[in-house]
Design a protein around this ligand. Sequence first.
Ligand SMILES: [Zn+2]
Length: 389
Amino acid sequence: MNKHYDHWLECEGDFEIVGIEQEEDFCWVLTSDSIFYVEGGGMAKDTGTINGIEVEDIRFKDGYYAHKIHGSVSGIAHMKVDVDQRIEKVQIHSASHLICGYINKKYHARTIAFFTHEDSSGCEMEFEEFNEDIMHEIEKTCNQYVLSDLPIQIVYPTLEEARQHAPEEKLEHDELRAAVIGDIDYNMCGCIHVPSLRYLQSIKLLSYEKTTRGYKIYFICGEQLLRTLGKQQTILEQCAKDLGTPQNDIYLGITRLRQEIKDLKAIETEWKNKVVAQKIKEFAAKEEVCLSECIEDLDVKTFQMLCSTLVREHEKAVFFVCHDADRCHVMIARHASLPFKANELFKEIAVKFSLRGGGNPAVAQGGGSYQPEILEELAKLADSMNHII
Ligand SMILES: [Zn+2]
């Protein structure tokens, strides 16, 4: 059992190198002992350096600690673990002990799993029912425990001692180690823990969600809480600045903005309708029956409305393309009295210019990449139809 793991802030030390295993472009530095935590028990491996060279992985191999580095070292390994990552993950892990231990004891809900994300952490608990009130009660009580600064003791019990607190399946190890928080938690665990609860600083329970096995409860504590709060504060400040409101009025600002968008959309629709009506008037006044045109200033939806209204209300046919940046939408549509089949003509264009879409004898349409030649082809088709009609 690695006794260095009993001291959460032991993050620097010299260790004798007992071997180097050279691989292709990296090597494993072997030591009998290490301050680097090897991933396990739900806790991630430590990051840090050996003689200033980054340790990329750490494993326990054949009785030795093996540290993966790109570079060469010999003699003494000066190990330095990144303190910030150590503090944050140990706080999260220790908070899980407290929260889960308290839930086990008070609500008799068993622990199913732990998880850690970038901005929050959590545990899945075997609750049948869960709600806001329970969540607040857990948060309040756990923070009271933090204030009372109960120690987290690391003990090495005999099998007989451990049996009084832990289930048999957790005792199948050569050496037993447990983390004990007063009468709240006694857990067989090989991870690193804070020495007492005040080092968790503060715990905030964020939310919960039902799972097939129980409930996931999301929480945040200590350095992760401060870091995430800082990040959220920056986002809120930016939002408040952009909205031109104090932070507490951001929601009001968003509501106002949504109303403004709604009002503007109504005005936009009114103008679009006017533009479409004007264009229809102009197209209807043209001599030819079959018209071709490239529309540059309308969105596809309004373009479709223009085409369908024009051919419904007037004895006209459209061979139109709506152009938007590098995309286009082609529509061939005709008045009910006209004889040709729009879908067959559209197919010719679609094949030639790799357009998607289709339709029926009265209207056919589809989109694809814009090419100026599309309008030329549409104009030819319109001309030939004008001759037939
Ligand atoms: Zn633990």
